[in-house]
Design a protein. Sequence first.
Length: 305
Amino acid sequence: MTKIETILGTLPEAVSHTFGQGKPANYIPALAEVCGNKFGMAISTAKGRDFIVGDAEEAFSIQSISKVFSLSLAMHYAGEKVFERVGVEPSGNPFHSLSQLEYENGIPRNPFINAGALVVADILLSNLNSPKQDFLDHIRSISKNLDIQYDERVFRSEYDNGQRNAALAYYLKSFDNIKNPIAQVLDFYFYLCSLNMSCLDLARASRFLADDGRHPFKDKSVVSPLQTRRINTLMMTCGTYDEAGEFAFHVGLPCKSGVGGGIVAIVPGKMSLCVWSPELGKKGNSLPGMQALKTFVEQTGLAVF
Ligand code: GLN
């Protein structure tokens, strides 16, 4: 057994004291119903080895983790132009905040808050022939899992509870920062949030970020090495919303979280990780997940700094 495997094996026990301290997301009934004390973690190394522990092969709602894959694909197609329409500064505000958009003239602070991800979804709509199918094919290809699907129930609930996202989209449109019909942008954005993947799928799918942008299973690039660096930087500074400072301080790795309780983390050049546990803290990030990443980094020394 490698050192990594041994440390991974200790994590379910090491985080168990955090169960019951947070709450699964409840803005969507389908998310609130998930059993709180699930815990899984997967690691995929740049050399192509995978390690898993706990519920690492159980699919869950990826929610905002999708923002990392949509940004990567948008950068692949539109390059630097993405950043003419979305900024690269941490927002310091909740992920669905509306207020900054007004005084910053419809340019979202970064691609990982909802406003920014709506613009990214709009860019993809302008570049993909069959946006949902093309995106799904891409995700299936980088995770090497043809069974990945979206969750119809979560998708419908996103609509039923999507008033803030709709408000953001209309607002962005008033600044001409949405080019496609709003209904299409929201539909695509909700679709991205409602994909179901496991920790293992997500660790594999994000391995390109630990490997200079190389596709994990094919001889081609997902993004360039420079773009890889930029995505990792944005994950470090903005990937966990208004808790990004805490994550950088305590974990020290580029991370992207989702309200389904998943967090993807990257050790540049070495490995990609995904941890999942549904109970969230006040800022919308998985509490046991954050604890697991913190413990992992303490024990392996694998932080960026
Ligand atoms: N679907 C959620 C939303 O748009 C995603 C939020 C998240 O995971 N932070 O509100």
